[in-house]
Design a protein around this ligand. Sequence first.
Ligand code: KIV
Length: 289
Amino acid sequence: MNASSPSPAQNQASTATLYGGVTNRRVTVRDLAAAKQRGEKWSMLTAYDALTAGVFDEAGIPVLLVGDSAGNCHLGYETTVPVTMDQMVMLSAAVVRGTKRSMIVADLPFGSYQESPAQAMHNAARLMKEAGVGAVKLEGGERSARSIELLVEAGVPVMAHIGLTPQSVHAFGGYPVQGRGDEAAHQLLRDAKAVQQAGAFAVVLEAVPAELAAQVTEQLAIPTVGIGGGPDTDAQVLVWTDMAGMTAGRVPKFVKQYADLRAVLGDAARAFAEDVRGGAFPAEEHSFH
Ligand code: KIV
């Protein structure tokens, strides 16, 4: 064992709670599996920069997702579709640098894995080698199973994402709830089982009826992470700008806003501008002599 290898104790899955439990190393896939075993629910937030990620890391959020939602929540695009690998590598590296304890999962963006398992492997390796993430996420159930299998065989932990898969926004014609009706529900179950069979360590269920998400959660051994999947998934994820009230305009029905950061930041900017205009800033205590 060299100086930087984890000790045998660090290698083991933590038996303490995920939230506030593991403090001297990053959360691992084994910790998440152990949490499912003991029935502990956990939280995941998106993050796109070092500063915000550091806040969430300090708050004890066990998993941070560098989502390709960066497209519409951080980079000013309308959808996730234009996001590139170079952008994901840059954002993911910043999130890794800003954190110590959270597991960092990065999205493979649209067009970076659909061509072939080899393409998925090439780009997953970039995220691990150049950005230092601990896992990647990709969209698709049965259709992505071969890529998941190859990545897992190569040592890349994979989080799958089924139900409403935002990279397919143009094929869906929007963001409709998925899995409604018998045939769609059966397909969702098949997708969930396919990604588990392929070796995914967790699966995101987006915008599916709560009853169906509960059924999938019960039938899978791996953790399910819900976003618009009701209360019975093993974990819950929210886009941080929605969660903290930074998003302009309407947010989806499944979002709960825990702060009104957009108002707080706007008020601060207006107060600064007023102080400058009126000569109240800078004051004596802000000046050098
Ligand atoms: O990109 C993202 O933020 C996501 C979440 C919605 C799960 O995929």
